[in-house]
Design a protein around this ligand. Structure first.
Ligand code: SF4
Length: 662
C-alpha cells in the first residue's frame, strides 16, 4: 500500500504559531496560571494536550484573575476586549494571526477616515466579531454572507465604503460576492481571504484524483476541516478521521494508494499517528494476529500475487519472510537485486518490511518462493514517485560510479546522483552500500530518477534547526555572542543558533543612533526570544527584555480608569505633559481629553507646576506611554474607556512641538 500525504496538511502558519507559542511558554513557566482567551484551536486532541500543561481555555474576561498570563488566539479579539484583557491580566501575549491583524488595521484606518465597512463572513465567527470591534464607533459596519445581503448592504451604505473578507470564508462564495460588489459599486475591495486555506483545498482535490481512498484527519468541530472533507468527498471515497478508532471502520482491501490531508487545526503528531497505524496494519504482521494468520488456507496464496512481509532471517544467499501464511516466504539473492554483488546482511535486517511476488506456492522445503524484483517492477516506480512528492528520503543501493554521477538503485529504478550532489568522499568503497538520498527529479518516461545527498543532509539540518527553534523558551534569558553588527540590528549566536535583535529591541531607554558604537563582535550579551518565524527560519531576539525595565517597574501599579495626582510639567498647543507624582512617571493629556470652553486655551487655564487629578486611559508598556484624561473623572473607576484613535501622539511628536514652541 502506498500512502500519499498532501504537502499542505496540518497546522497553518497562524495556528502553528499560536499553539507552539502557548505550549512553549506554559512548559517553561509551570508555576504560572496560563489562560487562552477563546478556543485556541478546534481540535479536542490538542486541547487535551493543553489541559495536561494546565492551560485553561476561557470564554469570558470575568474568568481572568490578576496573576494570569493570557494568550490571545489566532482569530484575534475586538479592541475593547483587548483593553479589558490587558487591564485584568498580569501579562498578555497576542497571537492574533498577522493576516487577521492586517484586516484589523485596514478597517481601523478606513473607518477612522470616514469609510463604512462591509465584512464578508460568518457573523457568528469569532474572527468576524473581532474585526467588527476594530471599526470606529461612528461608522457603519455590515456583515454579509450572500449576494442578497450584499444588495441590502449597498442600499444602506454610501459610496465611501470598503470591503474585507473573513480569512477562512468559503472562497467560491467570496469570489461571487466580490464580483457582485465590484460590478455594482465603487467600493474599495480588499482581498483578505487566507490563501493557506485555498491552497490546502486545491492540493487535496489534486491528490484525491491520484489515490483510491482519501482520509481527512481533524476534528469535526473544525470548520476548515469540514470544508476540506466537502471539497474531496465527491472525487474519491473519503473518510473523516478524528481518532485512530475511525480507521478500523474502513475497508482498505481494495485501496492500493491512500491519500491523506488534514485541516489547519490538525497537529503533525495526529497525522503521524495515522500514518504509523496504517503502516503497522498493512506493512507489518501483528503478533497477536498470528493464530489467525496460521489458519489462513492455502488458497489465500496464489502465484503472481503481491504480498508484504516482515523479514525474519537474513542469510548470505536468501531472505526468509513472514508473510502471514503458515509457511515462510523465501527470496533468493538473485530475486532481490538485478546483477548486484551485494551483501544481503548489510542491506536488510530482521523486522524490515518488504514487498514481493509469489513465484511458486511451495518449494521442496515447503517455503513460498518469492521475487522482490518482480514486485519492484510493479510498484517500485509508484513508490519512488510518492516519496519524491512527499520529499521523503529513499534508500538506494550504490551500483556504479561514473564520471559525472553515482548510480544507485531503488526497487529496480536507477537513481542518478550527480557527483556535485554527493556529500561524502567518492570512492569504490561505497559500491554495494546503502545510502539515503532525497529525490530531486523524476523522468517518468524513462523511469529514472535524480537524487541528492546534499539536499537530504540540508533537509535533516533544517529539521534539526526547526526542532531547536521549537524548544526555545520565550521566558528564559540565553547567553549569546555578538556575531555581526548591522545598520538595523545585531546578529547573535546562541545555543548553536543565530538570532536577530532589531534596533528597537536593544534598549528601553537609549535612543539608538549608531549601533556599531554600542557593541563589538564577540561581546557576550543576554538575550530573550521574542518571536520565531519557522517559514523564514528566523529567530527574533531582544536584549532589552532580558534587562529589568525601570519604567515598567514604576508603572506597575497603574491601571486603566485609575485616578492619579499629577503635576503639569509642560504646556503644549495640543495637550499637557504631566508627572504622575506617586509613581514618578510622565504622562500625556491630549487636548481632546481636556474639557475646554469656547475660545479657551490651555495656556490660560493651566500653568507649569499646577497639581491636577487625571484619569488613566491608556498604558502602553511597549512604548512607555501613559495617556490620561481630565474628562468624566468621577465615573466609576472600573468603567472601560472608549478606544480612541485620537491618541496617536508619540514622544517624537512632543519633542517636535517643543522645538516649534521654542
Ligand atoms: S488560516 Fe490563514 S489567517 Fe487563519 S490562522 Fe491560519 S494562516 Fe492565519
Amino acid at each position: 500500500m502506498i500512502i500519499k500525504v498532501a504537502k499542505n496538511s496540518g497546522f497553518c502558519f497562524g495556528v502553528e504559531r499560536a499553539v507552539d507559542g502557548v505550549i512553549a511558554w506554559a512548559k517553561a513557566n509551570k508555576d504560572r496560571s496560563v489562560k487562552v482567551y477563546g478556543m485556541l484551536i478546534h481540535n479536542s486532541y490538542v486541547i487535551e494536550r493543553l489541559k495536561e500543561l494546565n492551560i485553561k481555555v476561557i470564554e469570558d474576561v470575568n474568568q481572568i484573575e490578576k496573576d494570569d498570563v493570557v494568550f490571545i488566539r489566532s482569530h484575534g479579539v475586538s479592541m475593547d476586549e483587548f483593553l479589558e484583557i490587558e487591564k485584568r491580566a498580569a501579562r498578555v501575549y497576542d497571537f492574533t494571526c498577522p493576516y487577521v491583524k492586517k484586516i484589523h488595521e485596514i478597517v481601523r484606518e478606513a473607518s477612522a477616515n470616514g469609510n463604512d465597512i462591509v465584512v464578508v463572513g460568518d457573523i457568528n465567527h469569532p474572527e468576524v466579531k473581532g474585526i467588527i470591534g476594530h471599526v470606529d464607533k461612528g461608522r457603519k459596519c455590515i456583515v454579509i454572507d450572500s449576494i442578497e445581503k450584499a444588495r441590502d448592504a449597498i442600499a444602506q451604505l454610501g459610496s465611501k465604503t470598503i470591503v474585507v473578507c473573513q480569512t477562512t470564508f468559503d472562497n467560491a462564495k467570496w469570489q461571487q460576492i466580490k464580483e457582485y460588489i465590484e460590478n455594482n459599486t465603487d467600493y474599495k475591495v480588499f482581498d483578505t481571504i487566507c490563501k493557506a486555506t485555498i491552497n490546502r483545498q486545491q492540493e487535496a482535490k489534486i491528490l484525491a484524483q491520484e489515490v483510491d481512498i482519501m482520509l481527512v484527519i481533524g476534528d469535526r468541530k473544525s470548520s476548515n476541516t469540514n470544508k476540506l472533507y466537502e471539497a474531496v468527498k465527491g472525487i474519491k471515497p473519503t473518510y473523516f478521521i478524528e481518532t485512530l478508532e475511525d480507521l478500523k471502520k474502513i475497508d482498505f482491501s481494495r485501496a492500493k494508494v491512500i491519500g491523506i490531508t488534514a485541516g489547519a487545526s490538525t497537529s503533525q503528531e495526529q497525522i503521524n499517528e495515522v500514518i504509523q497505524m496504517l503502516e503497522r496494519e498493512f506493512n507489518e504482521v501483528d503478533p497477536s494476529d498470528f493464530e489467525k494468520l496460521l489458519n489462513r488456507s492455502l488458497k489465500d496464496i496464489k502465484k503472481g500475487e503481491v504480498v508484504k512481509g516482515k523479514i525474519v532471517k537474513v542469510e548470505d544467499d536468501y531472505i526468509l519472510v513472514d508473510i502471514g501464511y503458515k509457511a515462510e516466504g523465501i527470496v533468493y539473492k538473485n530475486e532481490v537485486f538485478r546483477n548486484a554483488n551485494v551483501n544481503l546482511r548489510e542491506i536488510f535486517k530482521e523486522n524490515d518490511i518488504i514487498e514481493a511476488v509469489v513465484v511458486r506456492e511451495s518449494d521442496e522445503e515447503g517455503n513460498v518462493v518469492l521475487s522482490k524484483l518482480k514486485a519492484d517492477n510493479i510498484h517500485g516506480f509508484e513508490e519512488l514517485l510518492s516519496k519524491f512528492k512527499s520529499k521523503m528520503p529513499v534508500k538506494i543501493l550504490i551500483k556504479q560510479i561514473r564520471e559525472k554521477s553515482i548510480v544507485g538503485e531503488f526497487r529496480g529504478i536507477n537513481v542518478f546522483v550527480p557527483i556535485s550532489q554527493w556529500a561524502e568522499e567518492v570512492s569504490s568503497s561505497i559500491i554495494g552500500k546503502i545510502f539515503e538520498v532525497e529525490i530531486v527529479d523524476v523522468d517518468s518516461e524513462k523511469k529514472i530518477a535524480f537524487g541528492s545527498r546534499k539536499a537530504l543532509l540540508r533537509q535533516i539540518q533544517e529539521q534539526r534547526l526547526l526542532e531547536a527553534m521549537e524548544n526555545l523558551d520565550f521566558a528564559k534569558d540565553y547567553e549569546g555572542t555578538v556575531a555581526e553588527i548591522k545598520e538595523k540590528g545585531i546578529i547573535i549566536n546562541f545555543e548553536g543558533l543565530r538570532g536577530f535583535v532589531p534596533a528597537s529591541e536593544i534598549s528601553y531607554s537609549k535612543k539608538i543612533e549608531d549601533i556599531k558604537r554600542l557593541f563589538r563582535i564577540g561581546e557576550q550579551v543576554k538575550v530573550r526570544v521574542i518571536d520565531v518565524d519557522k517559514q523564514k527560519k528566523q529567530i527574533y531576539l531582544s536584549i532589552k527584555r532580558s534587562q529589568e525595565d525601570e519604567w515598567i517597574k514604576k508603572a506597575k501599579g497603574l491601571y486603566l480608569g485609575m485616578l492619579v495626582d499629577a503635576e503639569v510639567t509642560k504646556i503644549l498647543p495640543f495637550g499637557l505633559v504631566v508627572w504622575i507624582l506617586e509613581y514618578d512617571v510622565d504622562g500625556f493629556i491630549h487636548i481632546s481629553n481636556i474639557p475646554l470652553g469656547y475660545n479657551q486655551r490651555l495656556h490660560n487655564l493651566y500653568k507649569v507646576g499646577d497639581k491636577i487629578k487625571a484619569k488613566i486611559i491608556e498604558i502602553d508598556e511597549q512604548r512607555h506611554r501613559i495617556g490620561l484624561s481630565l474628562k468624566d473623572l468621577y465615573e466609576e473607576e472600573e468603567q472601560v474607556p472608549q478606544y480612541t484613535e485620537d491618541f496617536v501622539i508619540t514622544i517624537a511628536d512632543i519633542a517636535k512641538n517643543i522645538k516649534l514652541e521654542d
